[in-house]
Design a binder for this molecule. Structure first.
Ligand SMILES: CSC[C@H]1O[C@@H](n2cnc3c(O)ncnc32)[C@H](O)[C@@H]1O
Ligand SMILES: [Zn+2]
Length: 422
């Protein structure tokens, strides 16, 4: 077993936001005396913080608003009409609620694609202390002038916030999807990303119908087309990739395009099951995402891991196509790799000190011994087993208490906003 996968009784020392020491056994009395603060994690499992590679925080209040619908109906009948009425307060409450949910279930890093109030979002994330890749989602079904305006807003967000919060904030460029961004606009997005050194994030090939429509309209499959348009000339992360054929997987691998696997959202919208074991065996980087609460309907990456580990076994009628270790990698350092965040997702010296504590003193995690911890984390644990969350060594959740966010107040505000939606 790789060293970073080993389970042992030990301790970590954090300095300047990074792991300085990852030690076996107990710290020395000098190490304890030298520390500014000592946190006793006795009896708990320490693991890397989870990385959510795809979501939309601003629409969190639409949880349960449009269940049991296919993607296009859901977008046109529920999402877009509601989102067109969102004000800053709604998006702020939604984002705070999402962050509460993510932190409490062990997520330390997330990607957010949204089109409203992204500057405020960046300020909020900085204040709360999470690590995030933020993108101003762009729908290109508008005039060329508006398209350019959206690109300019994305670049401004990048100039204002990329690298802020001690490097915890990254900004990516985000054309929403090939069916909302006509080819000339996709090409412009690719040019701007290249010019400013930005990563690209977009939804691609989520449904069979979307791929068929793309082929009908442009005579080629979406990933083939996006490569031609230059989208993969910058570091790129695609969300979904459910309907991707062999030729397209080769294109993804050749261009080092990463994939955010969002199995629960894909199942709930009836979109299908992405060929993830095939992608992984081709060497494509795959991270794990929840998508929004409007298509999931929660942000618990422990649930997502369990689903990601199980569905491919069922689809292929083969239990060995996934396993708990590979799934944990997907939710941690592979997710970090997908977001192009270096030195993240492992408990290792010089890595970013983003980590969580899980309390195994629960019936569903019993019995345990070292060899079963990976299994329990993927096949049995729940987000609510997380007791502590640290980002860059700073506590965001301590002994089941949120350090910054006022949960009671935000839940109250979120419930009071409900009447505004269709
Ligand atoms: C333009 S910003 C984000 C935009 O995307 C919508 N959205 C949320 N989830 C999905 C999904 O799975 N596929 C496509 N679009 C999605 C969201 O409602 C916003 O309008
Ligand atoms: Zn999405």
């Amino acid at each position: 077993m790789e060293e970073s996968h080993q389970i042992f009784y030990g301790y970590v020392i954090v300095e300047k936001g990074l792991f300085k020491t990852v030690g076996k056994g107990s710290p020395s009395s000098k190490e304890i005396a030298d520390a500014d603060e000592v946190i006793d994690g006795q009896g708990k499992w320490l693991m890397p913080g989870l990385v959510n590679t795809h979501g939309h925080l601003g629409s969190t209040l639409l949880r349960g608003a449009g269940d049991d619908m296919p993607l296009m109906d859901w977008l046109k009948q529920i999402m877009w009409p509601n989102e067109s009425r969102f004000d800053k307060e709604t998006v702020t409450i939604a984002a705070q609620l999402a962050m509460i949910e993510m932190i409490k279930s062990g997520t330390t890093t997330f990607l957010d694609m949204y089109h409203l109030f992204m500057e405020d979002m960046a300020e909020l994330v900085i204040d709360i202390g999470m690590r995030a890749t933020l993108c101003r989602g762009m729908i290109g079904l508008c005039s060329e002038e508006e398209q350019e305006q959206k690109l300019a807003e994305s670049v401004k967000l990048y100039k204002d916030f990329h690298g802020e919060s001690d490097g915890k904030i990254s900004i990516a460029l985000s054309p929403h999807a090939p069916y909302t961004c006509p080819p000339p606009f996709m090409k412009r997005a690719a040019e701007e990303a290249k010019k400013h050194n930005m990563m690209i994030h977009t939804h691609v090939s989520e449904t069979r119908g979307e791929v068929e429509q793309h082929v009908k309209e442009y005579g080629k499959r979406p990933i083939v087309h996006l490569e031609e348009l230059g989208l993969f000339h910058s570091p790129c992360l695609i969300a979904h990739g459910v309907h991707v054929n062999e030729e397209e997987m080769v294109i993804l691998k050749e261009n080092d395009v990463a994939v955010s696997h969002n199995p629960i959202s894909n199942l709930k919208l009836g979109s299908g099951i992405a060929p993830i074991p095939e992608m992984v065996s081709k060497g494509i980087t795959v991270g794990l995402g929840t998508d929004s609460t409007a298509s999931n309907n929660n942000l618990d990456l422990f649930e997502e891991m369990r689903m990601a580990a199980l569905i491919h076994k069922g689809k292929q009628e083969n239990p060995s196509v996934t396993n708990s270790l590979k799934t944990l990698e997907m939710a941690t350092f592979k997710g970090a790799e997908a977001l192009r965040i270096s030195q993240l997702g492992k408990i290792r010296s010089k890595f970013k000190a983003d980590f969580i504590l899980v309390d195994p003193a629960a019936p569903h995690l019993t019995p345990w011994e070292n060899n079963r911890v990976h299994s329990h984390l993927v096949y049995a644990a729940k987000g609510s087993d997380v007791t502590d969350v640290f980002v860059g060594g700073k506590a965001l959740y301590s002994n089941k208490s949120l350090v910054k966010l006022d949960e009671e107040k935000i839940l109250y505000e979120a419930n009071n906003k409900l009447e505004n939606f269709v």
